[in-house]
Each structure stands twice: as structure tokens, then as C-alpha cells.
Design a protein around this ligand. Structure first.
Ligand SMILES: Cc1cc2nc3c(=O)[nH]c(=O)nc-3n(C[C@H](O)[C@H](O)[C@H](O)COP(=O)(O)OP(=O)(O)OC[C@H]3O[C@@H](n4cnc5c(N)ncnc54)[C@H](O)[C@@H]3O)c2cc1C
Length: 404
């Protein structure tokens, strides 16, 4: 059998058969080093694909502010820790299980819920050493991924596969908050009330001397500072916490359905760029990582990425949109009734899971929610037809020929 040398950084002593050469693994360009892009990069590189990740900043996590976020642990039977293993990710970053915490209704009545496992895993976002973003970066580097830092891509690369994972293109919900130091013990609390977080919630997360407090609004964005200040007042009345060295932060999330997920069998949209987000509460990290994993799987196993998304992601997105529509109808009295009901449960995890999974009821609500929902998707960079830039998803044209 004819043999040729496999060129390897360290040695030249392996061989490739010609049949292997015939099955050459195509180069994949990944645009955006967020959780979606990095999970795709790690899986592809581990399967032997040459991968380049382009990140517009010189470091990962620059969109974030060292704030704490939660990887939710209620929407699947599989624990989130297992889910990460399943998608090829190890937890080489801050990853702290959080079980019981305090929940407050709009009248500041406190609730504690029973649960059989952590409600979420706290992680840190940003460019600090133990952030999720840095952990994924380390795993990608170990797998052999090549990074091009400080490279803002405005045009889809002309050759190879391309995964577009550039994050949200507009704001359907925003967060306004502070990060700070504190001597308070590890803790979390959530606060409901349209006076402090219109159709959203405020949250406090404390871990090892650092804390994040923010209000998350699904409307009335221009008054975010006003709502944040009111939320902070409410929180301080309920939680005896010292706040030192506070710094403001903010951010936005975007969810939208019915966007194209691939183009020309070589371009794949993942994470929030594809509109993948939890429309109910904005827990988008699992969606981002899962879609990155599915994009890699579709390339490695020659499967249809849209079909994989239809099986694993879209049904949950539809339920989350139905949930958002229902939640918006609750208002203050409804939030209290919801918390009262949860307080009666021996274990809230299965109850929450039922709410997050498809059911006949959510199937009926979904078309109504879908009709009522107008994404605030607003891509300031470009939404042109017939354009070759990474933002455009419309038109069936040859990317190589059209300038933005
Ligand atoms: C304040 C806040 C709190 C949140 N809390 C939670 C939470 O508790 N739980 C949860 O699950 N989710 C939470 N989310 C949502 C979650 O952070 C996102 O859903 C997730 O980060 C999306 O991942 P992604 O990979 O799609 O995009 P991103 O994380 O946005 O990554 C996109 C990357 O692409 C880069 N990029 C963009 N354009 C280009 C370009 N043209 N060229 C090169 N690089 C580019 C960006 O710099 C960025 O690094 C929160 C979001 C915010 C803003």
C-alpha cells in the first residue's frame, strides 16, 4: 500500500494511507471565542480537524465583566456536570454547585425550596484565570486549536468550513448590575417584582469573597439604572451583606427562532448568533455550548446540523418562548402564586423540568407566543441582502463575490 508521511510538529514517523488522505479533514474557521465557538473548536480539534478560532479581542471573555453566572441544572434529567462531560468539556474552571437559596416575592416574602440536586452551577465569565472562558480556552489550546487574537472578521472565509459564533446580535433582555467584594458567605438569592425587574428577576450570587448583583429586564430598557437602584434597595433590606469595591456592569441577550442554521453546506451558525437562548430567563450558556457541540458533531459525523438542532435544541427554544409569553402574563400576583406552588413541592427540580420540556399545553401556547413575540434583533453591523459579511444570513448568493 502506498504510504506518505504524516507531518507532525514533533515527529515524522507516522504514516497516512492514501485512503486517509482522500478523507482529508477540512480546515474549520471559527469566528468568535465564546462558549459556543470554543466547544465546537475543542471537539473538532480532538477529532483531528485543523481549527482556527478568530477572536476580535486579544483575550477571551471580554464581553463579560468577571460577573458570576449560573449553568442551570433543572431542564434535563442529566445533571449539568454530566452534560458537560457528554459534550467533551472538563471543568477546569470555577464550577460551584448551588442548592438551596432564598427567593423573594414582590412583597419581599422569603421562600426556600426543597431540591434533590444543585439548582445551578456557578461559574465566572470574563478573562480571569478561573473563568469559564479561560477554562475553555485552555482546553482548546491543549487540543491543538490555533487562535488568531485581535482579529475581527467581517467577511466569511472563502474556504473550508465556517462556524459563526459571534454572540448576540441585539438585545431581547438586558442585565444591569454590580460586581463587588464582600465578607458574606457563599449564597444566592433571586427577587421577583415588576417594580425592580419588569417581567424578569434580580439575582445575587456570592462565592468566595466576590459577588454579583443584577437586575434582568425584559422590557423598559431605558430605565435600567432606575430598576437596578430599586432592586439594590430591596436586596439590601433582605440580605445583610457588605458591598466593597463595587463596579457597574451590564449586558444583553438575544433570542430568536426561525433563523437559517447553515448555508451552502459549509457555514454553521451557533450559540446566540443563531438566536439560541432561553427566552424565559436568559440561561443561554447551555444552548451555546450544546449548539457548538452539535455543529462539530455534524461536521465529524457528516450529519445535518439543522436536523440535530431540530432534535435537541429547537423544541426547548419553542417551550422557552411559550414560557416567556406565559410569564409575562403573570405580573406580581402571579409571581407570588407561582412561588407558593413551588414551595409546596418536595423537590422543585422535576417540576421545573416539566415546565422546560415540551408538552401538549406548551404546544398550544407556542404559536400564540411566536406570533406575539417580536425579537429586538437589531444588527448594527449589517443586515443587508446579498452580502458576504458574517452577519448576513439572507439570500442565496456566492459569498466570495459579494462585498458588504
Ligand atoms: C449579564 C449577563 C448575564 C448572563 N447570565 C447567564 C446565566 O446566568 N446563565 C446562562 O446560561 N447564561 C447567561 N447569560 C447568557 C450567556 O452568557 C450567553 O448566552 C452565552 O455567552 C452565549 O455564548 P456564545 O458563544 O453564543 O456568544 P458569546 O459568549 O457572546 O461569545 C461571542 C464571542 O465572539 C466574539 N466576536 C463577536 N464578533 C466577532 C467578529 N466579527 N470577529 C471575531 N470575534 C467576534 C466576541 O468578542 C465574543 O468573544 C448571561 C448574559 C449576560 C449578558
Amino acid at each position: 500500500m502506498t504510504m506518505i508521511y504524516r507531518i507532525n510538529k514533533n515527529n515524522f514517523d507516522n504514516f497516512l494511507t492514501l485512503s486517509e488522505v482522500g478523507m482529508k479533514k477540512e480546515h474549520t474557521h471559527i469566528i468568535g471565542a465564546g462558549p459556543g465557538g470554543l466547544v465546537a473548536a475543542i471537539n473538532l480539534a480532538q477529532a483531528g480537524y485543523p481549527v482556527t478560532v478568530y477572536e476580535m479581542y486579544y483575550e477571551v471573555g471580554k464581553r463579560f465583566n468577571h460577573d458570576f453566572q449560573g449553568i442551570e441544572n433543572w431542564s434535563t434529567e442529566e445533571d449539568a456536570q454530566e452534560f458537560l462531560k457528554h459534550i467533551g468539556i472538563s471543568t477546569n474552571f470555577r464550577f460551584a454547585p448551588f442548592g438551596k437559596g432564598d427567593f423573594f416575592n414582590p412583597a419581599s416574602q422569603k421562600y426556600n425550596f426543597k431540591m434533590s440536586r444543585p439548582l445551578f452551577y456557578l461559574i465566572e465569565r470574563g478573562s480571569n484565570e478561573w473563568s469559564l472562558d479561560q477554562g475553555l480556552r485552555r482546553q482548546a489550546e491543549e487540543a491543538g486549536v490555533h487562535f488568531e487574537w485581535g482579529t475581527k472578521i467581517t467577511k466569511v472565509p472563502e474556504n473550508g468550513r465556517v462556524i459563526i459564533s459571534t454572540g448576540p446580535k441585539g438585545g431581547d433582555a438586558i442585565a444591569k448590575g454590580i460586581i463587588f467584594s464582600t465578607t458574606h458567605k457563599n449564597y444566592y438569592a433571586a427577587f421577583l417584582g415588576d417594580d425592580i425587574a419588569p417581567h424578569g428577576y434580580a439575582y445575587l450570587l456570592v462565592h468566595e469573597g466576590n459577588a454579583t448583583f443584577a437586575t434582568c429586564l425584559f422590557e423598559k430598557f431605558p430605565k435600567s439604572l432606575h430598576y437596578f437602584e430599586k432592586a439594590l434597595e430591596v436586596m439590601k433590606k433582605q440580605v445583610n451583606i457588605d458591598i466593597q469595591d463595587s463596579k457597574y456592569f451590564g449586558g444583553y441577550v438575544n433570542f430568536s427562532l426561525n433563523q437559517p442554521l447553515t448555508k451552502h453546506n459549509r457555514i454553521y451558525y451557533v450559540g446566540e448568533n443563531a438566536g439560541f437562548q432561553d427566552a424565559l430567563f436568559g440561561f443561554g450558556m447551555r444552548y451555546a455550548m450544546h449548539s457548538g457541540y452539535l455543529a462539530a458533531k455534524s461536521i465529524i459525523e457528516h450529519l445535518s446540523y439543522p436536523d440535530l438542532c431540530k432534535e435537541h435544541i429547537i423544541p426547548k427554544m419553542e417551550v422557552s418562548l411559550a414560557n416567556r409569553w406565559l410569564f409575562t402574563r403573570l405580573e406580581d400576583l402571579g409571581y407570588t402564586i407561582m412561588l407558593d406552588r413551588l414551595a409546596e413541592k418536595d423537590d422543585i427540580i422535576p417540576t421545573l423540568r416539566t415546565q422546560y420540556n415540551p408538552s401538549w399545553y406548551k404546544k398550544i401556547v407556542f404559536p400564540v407566543a411566536n406570533r406575539a413575540f417580536k425579537t429586538r434583533l437589531e444588527d448594527k453591523q449589517c443586515m443587508h441582502e446579498n452580502c458576504s459579511c458574517v452577519w448576513c444570513k439572507h439570500g442565496e448568493h456566492d459569498y466570495a463575490e459579494v462585498e458588504c
